[in-house]
Design a protein around this ligand. Sequence first.
Ligand SMILES: [Zn+2]
Length: 193
Amino acid sequence: MGENMYFCENCHLPTERERCPHCKRKNLRPIAPQDMCELTECPQQWYELEKHRFQALSIPVVTLPVGSGVNSMFALPLENYRLYVPWERFDDAVEVLEQIQRERLERLRSAYLPEDTARLTVPEKIAKRARRKLKMGKDSDVAAYCRQVVSSAQDIFTGADLPSGHKTVCFSADGVYVWLDASTLEVLSVSVP
Ligand SMILES: [Zn+2]
C-alpha cells in the first residue's frame, strides 16, 4: 500500500496524486483508513454468489445498486452493484477479486481450451480480414497466429450459442480476441481493438 495516498470524496477513489484522475478535483486530502473506496462494479447475482469470500476475511463491503433509469422508473430490480470497501482493507479486497478471476479463468481453461489446437481452422474469408486488421503479409499463417492467442489466453469468456447449438468461446491475449466455435474449433472472428 503506497504512502502519501489521497482520497477523492466525489469519486470514492484512492489516488497517488493530489488531483483526482477521474473528476479532476484538486487539493485532495490524505486518505484515511476508514474511507470507503470504490472496488468494482458487478452484477448483483455475481456479488450474491461471491460475497461469502469477503465475509470469510471480515472485509466489510458496502453495496450501492446502480442501473439504468428505465429500471428504476418501473421499480424493477437494479442490475448492478457498486462495491465499496474501507481503504484499510482495499488491498485485501483486490486480492479477493484477483483470486476469483484466477479461478474463473482456470475453470474456463479446463472447459474450453482445446487439447489439440492443431484442429483449429480459419475460413479464408476470415483469414483475409484478419491479415488486413493485423497488418500481416498476404501469405501469413492466420491459423498459427490464432493458435498462439488461444494457448496464451489471458482471458476466456463464452458467448451466445450458434444456431447449430454449438457453444462459442472467446480467447484473448494482448488485446486480440479470437472467437471460436467450441465444437468444431472453427475461427468465427478475429478482432483487434
Ligand atoms: Zn474525483
